[in-house]
Design a protein around this ligand. Structure first.
Ligand code: DGJ
Length: 724
C-alpha cells in the first residue's frame, strides 16, 4: 500500500484505485509528483525535471534554474524562493520568519496513530501511515507529516506535527493540515456555502488567477461555509470526471483556499484559520494540526460522496452507533416552543407513541426558569413546576408509553439571568474593559479553561447518571465574539479559538465515553457545526433549523455530498412551515425527512384523522426499510428539470428505494422517465407496488415511469427488490 523506492527516492501511497507519489529532491525538499488514478510503481522524477522554466523567479539554494516556485511542493515553507502561499508560517525569537525544512527520514507503519486531544478517523484494517520527518537545522525544529492511506476506502488523511527541539520558544502563525499543489488551474472550485436556515448550498465556479476560497472566523465551523472544498474538471458530472475533495476534521475557525499563480498552477490548502490564530511552542513542546481527509476520484461527485459516506461510517463515527439503527423521534420544539407543561408533553408523547414513534425529545425550556430565550442557560436543573414534578417521574411516564426519552442541552452557553452567571461572571468569553456582546441573550462560556470544562463534565454527568436519558441534543446557538480568555497572557490571546475547540472536544470525549449508550445529536442553530469533528463525537447532526421540505431539498443535497444519510436528521414539521410559510403536503415532507434520520416536529394533536393515518403509514414503512434509509448507499439521480425536480436512490443488499420530488406542478408537461444508477445490469428487480419486474439494465437505461405533475402530485417513492 505504501512503498519507498530508494533508487528513485520516491514514496508511492496506493489505494485500490488511486495513488499519491512523493519524491525527495536531491536538495531534500519534498514534491508531490503525482496524485490521481492508480498508475503503479513508476519512477516520476521526470515530472519536476521537465517543468519549463518561467522568468523572474528566484533560484533555490543558488542553483541555476532550480525554481522551487514552479514545483508541486508537498508542504511549502515561507522563506525558500517559492513566493506562493506557504502551508505554514513561523516566527522566531530573533525576529526572523524564514523556515527551511528538509527531509531527514521516514517510517511506514501499519494502522494509524490517534491525534492528541483531537477527533480523527481511525484505522479499521488495510491502513498504513507514512511519517515523513523533516528538520529545520538552523532553528532545531522538526516537522512530521503523517499521511495515512486507507487502501479499501480510496481515501487519504494528513495531519502535521511540529516539535520544537530548539532552545527558544517559537510562534506558529499558520499551520495548514493539508497542501496540494497542481500543475494546472483547469478546475472548477466546489464549496458548500450558505447561512443559518440555508446551509450547505452547493456552489461551483471556475478558478481564476489569484486567491479564492472559504473560511470561518465565527469560533465554529459555521453555517456560512462547510470545512470542505473540491476541485473538479470543468466537465465533471455526478457520474464521471475528476474530483479532488478535502474535508477538515475540525469544528472551529478554518480556511480552505485555492491560489492560482502566475503560471496557471494552483495550490489548494485546508486547515485552522490563521486569522486570529497563533500558538507559542515552548522548547520540547509539540503542536498537532487537525486532520484533513482527502481523496481523488475519476468517477464524478456521486463516487466522491459514496466513498466519504462509507469512510465516515466505518472510520469516524463511534463504532457502536455507526451502523446501529436510529430511533424515529418526536421533538417538541416546533410543536410547543417554550410553551409547555406536563400534560401538554404527555399528550404529545401519547399521540406519538400511538402513531409508532420511538423516542420523545424534550427540547429547550425544561430547566431553571426558562420561559423564553432570555434566561437560565447554565442552570441545568429541571423546572419541576413546568414538568409537573421531578424529571425522573416525567421520564418514567414517557417510558411507560413505550417511548425512550431524550433531552436538549446547550452546555457551552450561559444566560446573564442565571445562577451560574451570578456565581461565575468571570467564566464567560470576554475582553477586559469591553462590554461582552450578547447574542440570543446569552454569553459563551470559556471552554478553554479547565474549571469550566470540569463544571460542564460534572453537570452533564449528573444529568445522565440520575436520569434515564437515551438521547442528548447538544445545541450551540451563537458564535463567538469578544474572543479572548483570562487564562492566557496578553501575547498569547490568539491561542483562544483553538483552545476553546480543544476544551469542547475534551468535554465531549469525557461525556460520550462515560455514557457510551447515549445517542448524541449535535446542533448549532441547525447546521452551524456540521463537520467531521463533531460527527466523531455525535453520530448524528441536526441538519438545519429550516424544516421546510422544499428548502431542505437543497440543504440535504449539499449535505449528501459529504456526510452519510445516518448523520443527517430530518423532521416532518407543520404546514404552513414555520420558517418560510410554505404549504407542502405531508407526503412531500415525509419523503424529504426520510432521506436521513427520521422524526416529527409538530403538534400531532392538531393533525386530522387522515393525516394521522398517513403518519402511521410513514412510520411503519420507515421502520420496515429503516436500514436502507439510514445506511443504504445513496446515489443522486439525474432529473430532466433540475430547477424543479430532485431524485435520489438508496441501495442496501437486495433492497432499493427510489425517491422523487417535483417542486411545482406544471400544466401540459409530459414527464420524462427516471433512470436509476449503479444496479446490477443482468439482475431482475421487482417493483413492490405493481409486482412488475425489470432488468437492472432496463431501469438504468430506460428508467421508471414518472407520474404526471398535477395539483395533487407531491412526490413518489418506489421500492424494488433484487430477485437474482
Ligand atoms: C436551535 C435548534 O436548532 C432548534 O432545533 C431548537 O433546539 C432551538 N435551538 C432551541 O432553542
Amino acid at each position: 500500500m505504501i512503498n519507498y523506492v530508494e533508487e528513485h527516492r520516491q514514496f508511492n501511497l496506493m489505494t485500490t484505485k488511486t495513488q499519491l507519489s512523493i519524491n525527495i529532491l536531491p536538495t531534500n525538499q519534498l514534491v508531490l509528483s503525482y496524485f490521481g488514478e492508480k498508475i503503479g510503481d513508476v519512477a516520476l522524477g521526470y515530472v519536476t525535471k521537465e517543468i519549463k522554466r518561467a522568468s523572474y523567479l528566484a533560484n533555490a539554494d543558488n542553483i541555476p534554474e532550480f525554481k522551487l516556485e514552479q514545483y508541486p511542493l508537498l508542504y511549502p515553507a515561507y522563506g525558500n524562493p517559492d513566493l506562493r502561499n506557504p502551508a505554514f508560517q513561523l516566527s522566531h525569537l530573533d525576529g526572523s520568519r524564514i523556515s527551511d525544512f528538509r527531509y531527514v527520514s521516514h517510517n511506514i507503519q501499519k494502522g494509524k496513530p490517534a491525534l492528541p486531544g483531537l477527533p480523527a478517523t481511525f484505522a479499521t484494517n488495510q491502513v498504513e501511515t507514512l511519517e515523513l520527518i523533516l528538520r529545520d537545522e538552523v532553528k532545531g525544529l522538526e516537522q512530521v507529516l503523517s499521511i495515512s492511506c486507507f487502501e479499501k476506502k480510496d481515501v487519504f488523511t494528513q495531519s502535521v506535527r511540529l516539535i520544537n527541539q530548539g532552545q527558544d520558544p517559537i510562534k506558529i502563525e499558520k499551520v495548514m493540515s493539508l497542501n496540494l499543489d497542481f500543475l494546472t488551474d483547469r478546475f472548477d472550485l466546489l464549496t458548500l456555502s450558505g447561512a443559518w436556515g440555508r446551509e450547505m448550498g452547493l456552489e461551483r465556479r471556475p478558478l481564476h488567477q489569484g486567491f479564492q476560497g472559504i473560511d470561518s472566523k465565527r469560533g465554529a465551523s459555521g453555517h456560512g461555509q462547510n470545512p470542505f472544498l473540491a476541485l473538479a474538471d470543468p466537465e465533471t458530472t455526478e457520474d464521471a470526471g475528476a474530483v479532488y475533495g478535502m474535508n477538515l476534521v475540525y469544528s472551529g475557525n478554518f480556511i480552505g483556499s485555492v491560489d492560482v499563480d502566475m503560471h496557471q498552477n494552483c495550490r489548494m490548502q485546508l486547515g485552522i484559520n490563521p486569522f486570529e490564530f497563533d500558538w507559542e511552542l515552548a522548547p520540547e513542546a509539540s503542536f498537532t494540526t487537525p486532520e484533513a481527509v482527502f481523496l481523488f476520484t475519476a468517477q464524478g461527485f456521486n463516487d466522491m460522496s459514496q466513498r466519504l459516506h462509507h469512510f465516515y461510517t466505518e472510520c469516524l463515527i463511534t463504532p457502536s452507533f455507526a451502523k446501529r439503527e436510529r430511533p424515529i423521534l418526536i421533538n417538541n420544539w416546533e410543536a410547543t416552543y417554550f410553551d409547555f407543561d406536563q400534560p401538554i408533553l404527555l399528550n404529545l408523547a401519547k399521540e406519538a407513541a400511538d402513531l409508532g414513534v420511538e423516542l420523545f425529545v424534550l427540547d429547550d425550556g425544561w430547566f431553571g426558569n426558562r420561559q423564553r430565550e432570555d434566561s437560565s442557560l447554565g442552570d441545568w436543573f429541571p423546572n419541576q413546576q413546568k414538568l409537573g414534578g421531578p424529571l425522573p417521574e416525567l421520564i418514567q411516564a414517557i417510558n411507560d408509553l413505550g417511548l425512550a426519552f431524550g433531552l436538549w442541552v446547550e452546555p457551552e452557553m450561559v444566560s446573564p439571568k442565571s445562577h451560574l452567571f451570578t456565581e461565575h461572571p468571570d467564566w464567560i468569553v470576554q475582553v477586559p474593559k469591553r462590554t461582552p456582546q450578547q447574542v440570543r441573550n446569552q454569553y459563551v462560556l470559556d471552554l478553554s479553561r479547565t474549571e469550566v470544562q470540569t463544571y460542564l463534565i460534572d453537570c452533564l454527568d449528573r444529568l445522565l447518571t440520575e436520569n434515564n436519558i437515551a438521547y442528548i441534543k447538544w445545541d450551540m446557538n451563537r458564535n463567538i465574539t469578544d474572543s479572548g480568555t483570562k487564562n492566557l497572557p496578553p501575547n498569547r490571546q490568539k491561542e483562544f479559538g483553538h483552545r476553546y475547540i480543544l476544551g469542547l472536544y475534551h468535554v465531549l470525549e469525557t461525556i460520550t465515553k462515560r455514557h457510551p449508550t447515549v445517542l448524541f445529536e449535535s446542533c448549532a442553530g441547525g447546521g452551524g457545526r456540521f463537520d467531521p469533528g463533531m460527527l466523531y463525537y455525535t453520530p448524528q447532526i441536526w441538519t438545519s433549523d429550516d424544516t421546510d421540505a422544499i428548502e431542505r431539498l437543497k440543504i440535504q443535497k449539499g449535505t449528501s455530498l459529504i456526510y452519510p444519510p445516518a448523520a443527517m436528521s430530518g423532521h416532518v414539521s407543520a404546514s404552513p412551515n414555520h420558517q418560510v410559510g410554505r404549504q407542502t403536503s405531508l407526503i412531500t415532507r415525509g419523503i424529504v425527512a426520510k432521506q436521513g434520520n427520521f422524526g416529527y416536529e409538530l403538534n400531532l394533536l392538531d393533525c386530522t384523522t387522515v393525516e394521522k393515518e398517513i403518519i402511521k403509514d410513514q412510520i411503519s414503512q420507515y421502520k420496515k426499510y429503516r436500514s436502507v434509509y439510514q445506511f443504504g448507499e445513496q446515489t443522486r439521480l439525474t432529473v430532466f428539470d433540475e430547477a424543479n425536480e430532485m431524485a435520489w436512490m438508496k441501495v442496501l443488499g437486495d433492497q432499493v428505494i427510489v425517491s422523487y420530488l417535483a417542486v411545482l406542478a406544471k400544466p401540459n408537461t409530459v414527464p420524462k422517465r427516471l433512470k436509476l444508477k449503479g444496479l446490477a445490469p443482468q439482475a431482475t428487480y421487482q417493483l413492490l407496488e405493481s409486482e412488475a419486474s425489470y432488468r437492472g439494465a432496463e431501469l438504468m437505461n430506460i428508467g421508471l415511469d414518472l407520474p404526471r405533475p398535477s395539483a395533487d402530485f407531491y412526490g413518489k417513492e418506489w421500492i424494488l427488490v433484487k430477485k437474482d
